[in-house]
Design a protein around this ligand. Sequence first.
Ligand code: NAP
Length: 305
Amino acid sequence: MAQVYERVALIGLGLIAGSMAHAMKRRGLAGHIAGFARTDETRKAAAEIGFVDSVHESAAEAVKGADLVVLAVPVGAMGKVAEEIAPHLAPGATVTDVGSVKQAVIDAVGPHIPEGVHFIPSHPLAGTEHSGPYSGFATLFENRWWLLTPPEGADPDAVARLRALYEGVGANVDTMEPGHHDLVLAVVSHTPHLIAYTMVGVADHLRRVSQSEVIKYSASGFRDFTRIAASDPTMWRDVFLTNKDATLDILGRFTEELFVLQRAIRMGDGDHLFDYFTRTRAIRRGIIEAGQDTDAPDFGRVRKG
Ligand code: NAP
């Protein structure tokens, strides 16, 4: 595949940046990949794994001469990083981010971006519950969506080039208005994570069922909640603090529906429950038909023995 950027600077070297680097290297999309992470430990790990060509002591150093800068740190850290790198950005460079929330990142990063540098926020709808430099892998973005939220009047060539990079790593690319992005993500990702955190918390607090029973008899429903609830605490704290309105909106609707289901159970209204579960099953079928998950029973987990 043809090279899209000469020099890419990755600020943050965890799951997303690491996966981008592995994928860009595998497909020859970047001439040189420069990296910076906050701790010496992560910088050393990235150099050792070899997904970056150079590791730098500061974000300012890393972005020098880069034609693409990717901010891949927690959402709450984006503004400070942008302030630090701003004076060192090359004219004509593109700055993007991979944050899970868009409007808050635009508000925090946008004011620091100098004239002549393109700021095109983005968000890959791909991830795992793992984090850190060892968690990345080249195929993470394959057949996953990568949403761009370019500001009005964004340079079409800069947008097209970023799109080419993301398509190059295997993603399907769409553009969206940032506020709408945050609402959609509150529905498909942020609120479900909060519910998973809550369910695992409930099991943890319940005294009548011991912790060892929860672990021993953990069936797919609870097990899938625990996987989601093992996601990075810093990342998810920042998501809820910065996508507050949309998450509270969806959570309010969720609570109302939960009360309706609770009442149906109490009243023995089986028709209501059956109709409700029939509708939700159709949504699952839609996700599978769209190629966004496997149709194999229990997500294709192989049983041993
Ligand atoms: P990660 O694996 O935890 O990596 C985060 C990186 O940011 C690490 O290199 C870390 O450096 C650095 N960092 C953390 N706090 C920092 C700070 N205050 N200042 C400067 N650097 C800091 O996280 P990730 O999963 O790649 O997530 C990165 C971004 O992608 C987040 O904005 C997240 O919302 C978004 N995202 C995540 C997922 C997902 O499923 N994980 C999916 C889509 C988008 P050290 O290791 O040195 O501390």
